[in-house]
Design a protein around this ligand. Sequence first.
Ligand code: HEM
Length: 507
Amino acid sequence: MGFHSTRVLVLAATVLTVALVVSRIRRFLVRRQFARLHGCKPIVRRANKDPFFGLDRMYSFIQAAREHKALETARERHRALNYTFTSKQLLNSSILTSEPENIKTVLSINFKHYGLGHRLQQFEPLLGKGIFDTDGDHWAMSRALIRPNFTRDQVADLASFEHLIKDFFALIPRDGYTVVDLQSLFFRYTIDSATEFLFGQSVGSLRMTGSDLSFAEAFNYSQEAITTRGMLGQLHRFYSDPKADQSDRICREFAQQFVDEAVRIVQSEEKEDKNEGSETKRQKYIFSHELARRTSDKRRILDELMNVLLAGRDTTASMLSNMFFMLAKHPAVWSKLRREVASLEGRLPTYEELRNLKYLRCCMNESLRLHPVVPLNERKALQDTVLPVGGGKDGLSPVFVPKGTFVGYNIYAMHRRTDFYGPDADQFRPERWENGRLQPRWEYLPFNGGPRICVGQQYALTEVGYVTVRMAQEFQTLESRDPGPWEESLTLTLSSRNGTKVCVTPA
Ligand code: HEM
């Protein structure tokens, strides 16, 4: 290389460096001005002693997860650090909060300032791109496709829940001493009901044994792989798991058949409508058919179905497992619930009757408060923005959030704050919800809030309520056979580590 070209290179490098430094200084000044304008003060509370890579926190997290106390440990930290603090993990610096005002700002007031598109790399192999793992226009279109499928009529269709209840009861020994793990049965019940609802045909896992469980098993494994990719973060690129690839393929190919069928049926319906000049009378409501009526893009339908299946299945199963764990530990609550259900005089409940069972609602609220099935969540700032509280020594000033910062919010910690729920916040006490004493607002958030609030909330509460009422009608006693207290199992959702081991006697 000649002298001349070296000089050109040195000059170019210098110009670039100066441009970079100038742009950084400009950004710093603009941000400082922005933060001042909003009265922001720095967050003084930090989770780490190691300010560079946050290795101490990573170590304590791994330790707590090993002891199945990750959530309790995090909750202690939230309490000690006044509910909003910073945390560093390797090169990522996040703001963590369990402050309702901050959560409301992220999810609702400044919704557009945040995104969750970073989730895609973790979920895409199973889900593709859909409502649960995209942002912006793609998400808005997904939401517009999905939301109309959760009207009252669809949510109130209790017949398919009842149909599966028979298979479910058939697997529960009723001699009062044989132990059954309700948790594993709830996971089978919800995959059956979700596939019935979405595909129009249940995978029938409650009726199968051992080797037949291929879709349900593949789906479980694919979800474990999602959790693993989530834990690995950027390192997931170097991780390969052929069994996960195979499971993703099994699930997607399985669902693909229903997509093809839905598109075929809807197209032939449309032809008939044209020929006869009138609307064909539609039979049973099927989610995949409704999607096919709104779009003929098969890839899109498949992705959305997988997204809703993932969002709806484990969440509902985990809620049932957590709630029955506590009901079995609290015989007085079980008896009170049975007394309320007795008002039906043994009949199957209608949708309205189900909604009017007040104590049932208290039990569901309380279960989701104490064991929120989505206990941790996060968003990434897509632009420079502000959180209303957490700054300064008293933690009362607004906080500047630079673009690219992760804001993690901890629902578990918030749901156990004694300043909101009183000194017995750790107790399972459904009565706290009686007589409208607690009006759920932003300090109670099991289903998220704002434009991305759970679309399946009513569907889930109907399913859990229905199963609970039918259990209360069918079984007189429900006794816990788990010697210890509830312990966390934290994967994509929060469930009981030891399952829900019970013995029952018939009514
Ligand atoms: C107890 C049961 C359930 C709980 C606690 C729950 C909770 C949640 C939460 C916290 C979110 C927000 C996730 C996020 O934005 O990061 C969410 C979103 C969602 N849920 Fe649920 N869910 C439940 C059941 C269901 C059911 C049964 C369905 C469907 C059949 C469903 C469909 C969805 C969908 C599609 C989203 C994404 C909404 C969007 O981003 O616009 N969920 N759910």
